[in-house]
Design a protein around this ligand. Structure first.
Ligand SMILES: Cc1cc2nc3c(=O)[nH]c(=O)nc-3n(C[C@H](O)[C@H](O)[C@H](O)COP(=O)(O)O)c2cc1C
Ligand code: SF4
Ligand code: SF4
Length: 586
């Protein structure tokens, strides 16, 4: 068997030079090995990363100049010791992918072949059992497929967690034709990249899931709605659609049966609201992407007023596994109410930032400390924001919360499509609410008054508080406004937009009070309410802050002590991060 060098070709690693690494391998090409530029291998913080198979060897922070040594060692069945991942605390080195703590607790259904296959090669996908689920599907009755998905308990991964099987059933039962199968790859959440990675890394998995859905509900035409900011995903999807048609997995009379199904790509312009189901359908129709009133269901009148099945990228990517392995096997992972796994983009103040897939029900603590390796620079954990811009913040008290749809909703957040932003004590929760409210205010389509006007009011009050001009009565007003917008907005954007505000008010009200009453920002973020000082008692005169300050606001006295010149300080907080003795106060 040939040795395979799998070079991660997802955006993070590409940004760090993995294309050049791949080309270096190509320049040294020999018969005894293959090179692949793969989809995301997950461990973005360690990028550029490479796997060597067979052997499961994992290399991190690889540079183009390392390539010759990697090849030579592989030829001798040895490893390049200095490129192995090392635990910063224990200094222990890990050779194999599945032994590395970041990967150890992950369970992969959706990302199983992401990072293993060349996204541009259908043959690669076939080598990993690709399209076997579609082959099996075509031997079964459509209703059996729908029932299997119902039995699996799969819930929509795009946000709401609606039962996928029940959604399929309603479209299966509709007698109107044509019916459409739509894949939601809009992914407008800042910081999220789950769906992009799946479309980009294993496009055939999404196509196969859609084709199975189409057979089950009786559709002949599908659309993938994907934002234009994802050019590699679009390119790989196009290549995959062409290849699948040539092999007879898409198009007319698929695999010699009566079933025909085609897929088109519809590029979106990157508006967050276009991820909302009715806005997405209007956008595909070529109209302005604005949501509709929800009394008409897409199962009856969706795209072009025809029955339409809309699912998220990750939802479709779960389907081939369920069909091949059965609903009971699928249910072995996850919880009773939330079976299976969930893909998250784990970002923010976390050591092992990256793309992860974990079983539903895993404790938040396990995600943060076992998979994520803990908080960057060992600072204290403050909160995690789940559910994208309109999700909520979960404080430290819920460290042992099982991560599933229902638990997250219970504590005032939501699963959303899988963004997970970790925050430490240097993150201000009032500023966070202000930031996301502004994002949502700008992304609001403006069709309904509570969202359009209400969010503007919330934003202006939050802005005022972060400037130090808040009033105590603002807190009650914000709570009232938040509740009112949630109850009366037309679509999910407006209904969920107050979540960052309401969840921070629920768990971090003391920070709002500190801003208003004491004119002090607890986290040292709001510039007008922050003054950094060096505590002479704690200062060890190491000079780290002096070097970290890019505006030379830290002055050194003749006796070796340091002082911050407040006239020059721009309150960036870099000195505080550089000090190992907590001598910078605020
Ligand atoms: C403002 C807004 C943005 C949304 N963005 C997305 C998105 O980017 N991707 C997605 O799959 N679902 C998104 N949704 C949820 C969709 O409306 C829809 O529920 C989902 O695509 C259905 O697929 P699922 O059942 O597989 O989750 C969004 C909803 C709202 C209200
Ligand atoms: S809630 Fe906001 S985004 Fe939704 S329809 Fe109303 S104005 Fe538009
Ligand atoms: S906060 Fe920033 S600008 Fe001010 S002293 Fe520290 S490093 Fe310099």
């Amino acid at each position: 068997m040939k040795i395979k060098f799998l070079v991660c070709g997802d955006v993070g690693c590409l940004g760090n030079g993995s294309q050049e690494i791949y080309e270096r391998f190509q320049n040294h090409k020999q018969d005894w090995f293959e090179i692949k530029l793969t989809g995301c291998q997950g461990f973005c913080a360690a990028g550029p990363v490479i796997q060597v198979q067979p052997g499961d060897i994992f290399y991190q922070k690889v540079k183009p100049d390392d390539v010759e040594e990697i090849i030579e060692k592989a030829r001798q069945h040895q490893v390049v010791d200095r490129l192995l991942w090392k635990d910063a605390k224990t200094r222990e080195k890990f050779e194999k992918v599945h032994e590395i703590p970041f990967y150890r607790k992950q369970k992969k259904i959706v990302l199983n072949t992401n990072g293993q296959v060349d996204p541009e090669s259908i043959d690669d996908y076939l080598d990993f059992g690709g399209y076997d689920a579609l082959k099996k599907t075509l031997t079964l009755h459509p209703e059996d497929i729908v029932n299997e998905i119902i039995k699996s308990g799969l819930r929509g991964r795009g946000g709401g967690g609606f039962s996928t099987g029940r959604k399929w059933k309603s479209i299966f039962e509709s007698e109107q034709t044509p019916k459409y199968v739509l894949c939601n790859g809009d992914e407008g959440d800042p910081g999220a990249f789950m769906d992009r990675s799946v479309m980009q890394g294993t496009p055939h998995l999404v196509l196969e899931g859609m084709a199975i859905a189409a057979y089950a509900v009786g559709s002949t035409q599908g659309y993938i709605y994907v934002r234009d900011e994802y050019p590699i995903a679009i390119k790989n999807l196009r290549i995959a659609i062409d290849a699948a048609k040539k092999k007879g997995f898409l198009g007319d009379q698929i695999m010699g049966t009566d079933f025909s199904f085609d897929i088109k790509i519809k590029r979106g312009a990157g508006a967050f609201v276009c991820g909302e189901s009715s806005a997405l359908m209007r956008s595909i129709e070529g109209k302005i992407g604005e949501p509709n009133e929800k009394y008409v269901h897409a199962a009856e009148a969706g795209l072009w007023k025809k029955p339409s099945l809309l699912n998220n990228v990750e939802t479709f990517a779960n389907v081939p596994y369920i069909i091949l392995n059965g609903a009971d096997k699928y249910r072995e992972l996850g919880t009773e109410g939330s079976p299976g796994t969930k893909v998250f983009s784990l970002v923010g103040k976390i050591k092992n930032a990256g793309l992860i897939e974990v079983p539903m029900g895993i404790a938040l603590r396990e995600i943060i400390y076992d998979v994520g390796g803990g908080i960057s620079k060992n600072r204290p954990f403050k909160a995690v924001q789940t559910g994208g811009p309109s999700g909520g913040c979960i404080p430290i008290d819920y460290m042992d919360l099982p991560i599933d749809y229902d638990s997250l909703t219970r504590v005032g957040s939501m699963m959303g499509s899988g963004g997970m932003i970790v925050m430490d004590d240097c993150d201000c929760m009032v500023e966070l609410a202000r930031y996301f409210t502004r994002f949502l205010m700008e992304e609001s389509c403006g069709k309904c008054t509570p969202c359009r006007e209400g969010l503007m009011q919330v934003y202006s009050i939050l802005e005022r508080i972060t400037r130090g001009e808040g009033r105590m009565e603002d807190i009650e007003l914000l709570e009232e406004l938040g509740e009112y917008i949630s109850e009366s907005a037309l679509c999910g954007l407006g209904k969920s937009a107050p979540n960052p505000l309401l969840s921070t008010l629920r768990y971090f009200k003391h920070e709002y009070i500190d801003h208003i009453e004491n004119k002090h920002c607890t986290a040292g973020v709001c510039k007008r309410l922050t003054r950094f000082e060096i505590d002479p008692e704690a200062c060890k005169k190491c000079g780290a802050c002096y070097k970290a300050c890019v505006v030379s606001a830290i002055e050194k006295a003749d006796d070796g002590t340091y002082k911050i010149n407040q006239d020059k300080c721009v309150k960036c907080g870099e000195c505080r991060l550089s000090c190992n003795f907590n001598a910078i106060t605020w």
